[in-house]
Ligand binder design. Structure first.
Ligand SMILES: [Zn+2]
Length: 174
């Protein structure tokens, strides 16, 4: 049977290939080669190469999926943070309104008291005003402390996700 002269795609060694052969091992480097016939040409391909090529392609596809998932996580996180900030703002103004109402009621009681004893009215007004003057900043500080620690936690989480995105981008660009 007539043989065809082909070069090993791995080491370039000259191989004599019989036309009916579809797969062979290179006599020089041992690479497993497939014989491909198409368009009148016969070529050799190293099987390992193709598999690693496919593997690389698969890894890239997986990395791209991971990137879009991580980016979704990232935007969900910043959305959550925005919602949390809006919530804290609402909470703050609700607390302010509540404290104002308490103060007005206290002053109202003081006004009623002033009809019988002026001293009792002054104490009542003072008590309500001082109490709120102390309570207000304490509440405001506790809310802003809570938001700060939550903001730091979210920033940390965002950083970790961004790092993972960068790692996956490296895989895609490799
Ligand atoms: Zn070879």
């Amino acid at each position: 049977m007539k043989t065809v002269s082909l070069k090993c795609s791995n080491c370039g060694g000259n191989l004599e290939v019989r036309p009916d052969v579809t797969e062979l091992a290179c006599g020089y480097c041992g690479a497993t080669l497939t014989v491909e016939r198409g368009g009148g040409a016969i070529t050799l391909h190293q099987i390992k190469d193709e598999i690693s090529h496919v593997r690389r392609g698969t890894d890239k596809a997986v990395a791209e999926l991971a990137i879009s998932r991580l980016e979704r996580d990232l935007s969900a996180l910043s959305q959550k943070w925005n919602e949390r900030q809006a919530q804290a703002k609402t909470q703050k103004s609700q607390t302010s309104i509540l404290l104002c109402v308490v103060m007005l009621v206290g002053w109202g009681v003081a006004a009623l008291l002033s009809m019988s004893t002026v001293e009792g009215a002054v104490y009542c007004a003072l008590f309500v005003t001082v109490g709120i003057a102390i309570l207000w900043p304490i509440l405001a500080i506790s809310v802003s402390n809570k938001m700060n620690s939550e903001g730091q936690r979210i920033a940390k989480e965002q950083k970790a996700i961004q790092k993972r995105i960068a790692e996956q981008r490296d895989l895609v660009d490799a």
